[in-house]
Design a protein around this ligand. Sequence first.
Ligand SMILES: Cc1cc2nc3c(=O)[nH]c(=O)nc-3n(C[C@H](O)[C@H](O)[C@H](O)COP(=O)(O)O)c2cc1C
Length: 181
Amino acid sequence: MKIVAICGSHRKGNTEWMLKKLLERAAENGAEVELILLRKANIKTCLGCLACEGDGNIRSGVCKIKDDMKEIYPRLLAADCLVFGTPVYFDMLSGLLKNFMDRTCAVWPKLKSKPVAGVAVAEEGIGQAVRNLQSYAGICSMPWVGSVTGLAKAPGEIAKDKNVTRRLLKLADKIMEIKKD
Ligand SMILES: Cc1cc2nc3c(=O)[nH]c(=O)nc-3n(C[C@H](O)[C@H](O)[C@H](O)COP(=O)(O)O)c2cc1C
């Protein structure tokens, strides 16, 4: 089981802590895990050119932007399960994660059937953020495994919430139960 988590926070904060906790548990249970920190990656915004769609008959599947997505695409495709993590910004997923999703335009049909889970953290309320992640999963025909949400503001504050930790471990175990093709 190879799990790739994508962190959409601009800081080493609560989202990152949650994803690391989940991955740590999965790794203890034998998973190969990887955390992609979007804040450290050079990922330009989607140009909306649709060059990745090709000429309408043959899908090119290639994004013409030269940046870190080039080496991230194969890692996404090699994963057995993806986990998206986002801080809640104005009741939605972060712009960092949304731009990453936009840039998957080149490969999204190939993500079909790949299970996906999500974590989200907000100061007061999760708003639409988990639904945003589920919408992406739905469009890509990726089965939704589940989500963990929590409330925190300062970086690392979420670690104090034992209920969140318990649910993260449970979600990690649920991912490990997924049968590989
Ligand atoms: C631009 C911005 C917008 C935010 N919008 C919301 C919001 O709509 N609702 C909320 O409860 N918290 C909001 N927050 C607070 C963050 O979701 C919260 O601090 C969270 O813990 C950040 O996660 P992180 O530590 O992983 O970056 C916002 C923070 C920022 C920077």
